[in-house]
Design a protein around this ligand. Structure first.
Ligand code: HEM
Length: 397
């Protein structure tokens, strides 16, 4: 690999085979605005360039998809309807509406639930002494949290959790192992029914909020609401889960940082930010160019696809001191893990609450933490992290 010819960034196998941090380092140094041939798209790797593009929705739109896979297909089915792939005034209005449900105050009750269930799951893991941290702890918290947010009735919980788990199972350990399409359709049908029930009897949940609102002068259709529920599940499940699993692996691999956390030498707030930077679960997001624009010495043409490698920005030596060091006390920490600008993660507070609850429970109740078997990594050009992490835990003496 030379910087002029990095491995195929569209191929999930690349991420399994290469030391990607070395690939990003060379691209940042030698070709920060790189034209990736076949399939053709720009790859941006410096923090400053990525932040600039993320800020500029006029010249770089999300409406043709915001991840490489959909952008390469030429369109995103949710364009103009799902928040993440909508731009302009409709995005502003829809976002303002959803933000009402995502402010720290509105989320107080959900956050309490996150802390309780995290403590409970860690206590169960300690009782057993060994667990797959991915399956037994980290996969349960985000989905339960989203069910709380959408106020999925207790009686339906098991059904919904089972469907979402099989539809979104992040176990792409082989190229053939694809998420279950049938379960996806069933989720959409389930939420279509729930939207109908909420229209008939509104509550104080996100679905009722959308059902009672107008955007650009018109009520949101059932389909629009279902798509946005689905995108909350997609946006909020795997991301937080991968960060939590990555946090545990990093703490095992860096015993001095584990001690710093245990001894209270670092604040949970700073530690959460470093976990986010270190794990960067969504490696890239993308945009389509709406008018010719010059970036460094390159001219990006209208219609070109641009990929923004957050995972590279988060190790940019121009922004971070010792970027390859896992330092829970790092401050400032201007990572781009949650995005930047108009599409900045809607669930940022919730994601942070989940990781904070996990770190807090580990600090308070776990005395010793170790690997208990081989981990399994995802097979993806978009998500990075582990689908399995067997660990052994001992309680505080
Ligand atoms: C947007 C990452 C948690 C829902 C984003 C974006 C990133 C991101 C990078 C920007 C995408 C872009 O610019 O195209 C993460 C990470 C998380 C996390 C790393 C956890 C560690 C959550 C949670 C939810 C959520 C818990 C909801 C329950 C969303 C939504 C958007 C978004 C709806 C679209 C916002 C918009 O377009 O205005 N997320 N996210 N995310 N995220 Fe998250």
């Amino acid at each position: 690999m030379t910087a002029a010819h990095p491995p195929n960034l569209a191929d999930p196998a690349t991420y399994a085979r290469h030391d990607m941090h070395e690939v990003w380092r060379r691209l940042r140094a030698e070709q920060p605005v790189h034209w990736h041939p076949e399939p053709g798209f720009w790859a941006l790797t410096r923090h400053a360039d990525i932040a600039r593009v993320l800020m500029d929705n006029d010249r770089f739109t999300s409406q043709k998809g915001n991840v490489l896979a959909t952008m390469l297909q030429g369109a995103d089915g949710g364009a103009g309807r799902m928040l993440a792939v909508t731009d302009g005034p409709r995005h502003t209005e829809l976002r303002r509406l959803l933000l009402k449900a995502f402010s720290p105050r509105a989320l107080e009750r959900v956050a309490d639930g996150v802390r309780d269930s995290t403590d409970r799951l860690i206590a169960l893991a300690l009782e057993r002494g060994e667990c797959d941290f991915a399956r037994d702890v980290a996969s349960i918290i985000p989905l339960t949290t989203i069910c709380d947010l959408l106020q999925v009735p207790e009686a339906d919980r098991e059904h919904v959790l089972r469907l979402t788990k099989s539809a979104l199972a992040s176990d792409y350990s082989t190229p053939e192992a694809r998420a279950d399409q049938v379960a996806r359709v069933e989720i959409l049908l389930y939420f279509t029914d729930l939207v109908r029930r909420r229209r008939a009897a509104p509550g104080d949940d996100v679905i009722s909020l959308m059902a009672g609102a107008t955007v650009q002068g018109a009520a949101l259709s059932n389909d629009d609401i279902v798509l946005n529920c689905y995108s909350l599940i997609m946006g909020g499940d795997e991301t937080s889960r991968l960060s939590m699993i990555g946090a545990v692996a990093a703490l095992i691999d860096h015993p001095a940082q584990w001690r710093a956390l245990k001894d209270g030498q670092v604040s949970i707030g700073d530690a959460v930010e470093e976990v986010l930077r270190w794990t960067t679960p969504t490696m890239h997001f993308g945009r389509t160019v709406t008018q010719d624009v010059t970036l460094r010495d390159a001219v990006l043409r209208r219609g070109d696809l641009v990929t923004l490698w957050l995972t590279s920005a988060n190790r940019d030596e121009a922004v971070f001191d010792a970027p390859d060091v896992f330092d829970l006390g790092r401050s400032p920490n201007k990572h781009l893990t949650l995005g930047y600008g108009p599409h900045f993660c809607l669930g940022a507070h919730l994601g942070r609450v989940e990781i904070a609850a996990m770190l807090h429970a580990l600090r308070a109740y776990v005395g010793a933490l170790d690997r208990a078997g081989a981990e399994r990594h995802l097979y993806s050009n978009f998500l990075s992290g582990m689908s399995s992490l067997p660990v052994a835990l001992k309680a505080e003496p």
